[in-house]
Design a protein around this ligand. Structure first.
Ligand SMILES: Cc1ncc(COP(=O)(O)O)c(C=O)c1O
Length: 384
């Protein structure tokens, strides 16, 4: 039976009847407040750092329960400058999960260190700490837990591992704004936590943005220097830093959106729960495993299923005008860009096998029950 879908209100301009994310709907709901905040920054003519950036840094630090937050140009730069602040460099290794967005590994590469791929746990698709134990060496300086898809790693296990091996912890919380492990926020548990405000993130700017949090004052000071040409006083440079500051207009946007983050995360969790109920027992689909009574451990930046014949299913959904994604099709160690680190096929068998099965379904706070049910119906239809 062919599904007949009518576009959701506000979705007319999307090519898909059910888009993967709907940034237009999000903007439409906050248009007045966002335009007011942007216009205030323009009126103030204080366009670099200044009040909106400081205000957002302070509010975000207290939101996640860290002492300090330092706004940066992107999440990639936050990870890069975290590595710099921790003095990671040539000859050092950092443990990075094989399944992550390339930026986690790029940041390590940017300081001249080696990102060592660690295989993932089959249930969560997050870094497998037992595998990390097999990858650690004398050169390992840090571990980078990535709270992928919005689910926080077991940070007790990560912290014990880091302590046992004398490693620093750089949390990649780019997909986990507001997620919590035992009441502590993703990003605020390790030495430095890094966030991205790429527009489609749970907390997204209207352009690029990033930020690092830490409760160590000396590290915070170093991060502030590094993002601003290594300088606190104009034309005096203590460190060879870079220019990567959170833009004042983006900070003003994020100040408006931060008030909505918890509500959006709850809406994502409700959507994920509905998907799981609908997809129970459908074909070869495996839905994410998460604790239904803990609405903070997984905040569903992405809703990722495992499916045999993933490409066929995604084509089928595409034919029904349902957009989907793959996060991520190639583990970072198998990317051409990382040939030089010398980890070939079979280095991380679980990640390599899941790369051909993972499929991300439409997920955004404004997704309606009808849209979810239509995606579920289309998947059921595929499996007959
Ligand atoms: C897991 C992860 N790490 C790092 C980044 C890099 O962030 P950005 O795109 O802001 O540079 C992203 C997002 O794009 C991400 O998803």
């Amino acid at each position: 039976m062919l599904l007949k879908l009518r576009p959701e209100p506000g979705a007319e301009k999307n090519k898909y009847m059910i888009p993967f994310v709907d940034l237009r709907a999000n903007y439409a709901n906050l248009k007045g407040a966002l335009e007011g905040a942007i216009s205030d920054v323009c009126d103030s003519a204080s366009l670099i750092l200044g009040a909106p950036v400081e205000q957002f840094e302070n509010r975000f630090a207290s939101y996640v329960g860290s002492k300090f937050a330092v706004g940066m140009g992107t999440g990639t730069d936050a990870l890069f400058l975290a590595c710099r602040a921790l003095e990671i460099g040539p000859g050092d290794e950092v443990l990075v999960p094989a399944n992550t967005f390339i930026a986690s590994a790029l940041a390590v590469n940017m300081v001249g260190a080696i990102p060592v791929p660690v295989d993932i746990d089959a249930d969560s698709s997050l870094m497998d700490i037992a595998a990390a134990g097999r990858s650690v060496s004398k050169r390992t300086k840090a571990i980078m837990p990535v709270h992928l898809y919005g689910q926080v790693m077991d940070m007790d296990v990560v912290s014990d591992f880091a302590t046992a091996h004398g490693l620093k912890i750089i949390e990649d919380a780019a997909q986990a704004h507001g997620a919590k492990f035992k009441g502590r926020s993703a990003g605020a548990i390790g030495d430095i936590g890094c966030f991205s405000f790429y527009p489609s993130k749970n907390l997204g700017a209207l352009g690029d943005g990033g930020l690092a949090v830490t409760s160590d004052e000396a590290l915070a000071e170093k991060l502030r220097l590094l993002r601003n040409y290594g300088s606190t006083k104009k034309y005096f440079h203590e460190l060879a830093g870079t220019n990567s500051r959170l833009d004042a207009i983006q900070a003003a946007v994020l100040n408006v959106k931060l008030d909505h983050l918890d509500g959006w995360n709850r809406a994502r969790f409700a959507a994920a729960s509905r998907y799981c109920e609908g997809l129970e027992g459908v074909g070869s689909v495996t839905v994410p495993k998460f604790e239904r009574s803990d609405i903070e451990r997984h905040i569903f930046h992405l809703f990722v299923i495992l499916a045999k014949d993933r490409d066929g299913l995604s084509e089928h959904l595409n034919g029904r005008q349902i957009q989907s994604g793959v996060h991520y099709p190639i583990p970072f160690h198998l990317q051409q860009a990382f040939e030089h680190i010398g980890f070939g096929p079979s280095s991380c068998p679980v990640a390599e096998s899941q790369a051909s099965q993972i499929l991300s379904l439409p997920m955004f706070p404004e997704i309606s029950n009808r849209q979810i049910d239509n995606v579920v119906r289309a998947i059921s239809e595929y499996y007959g």
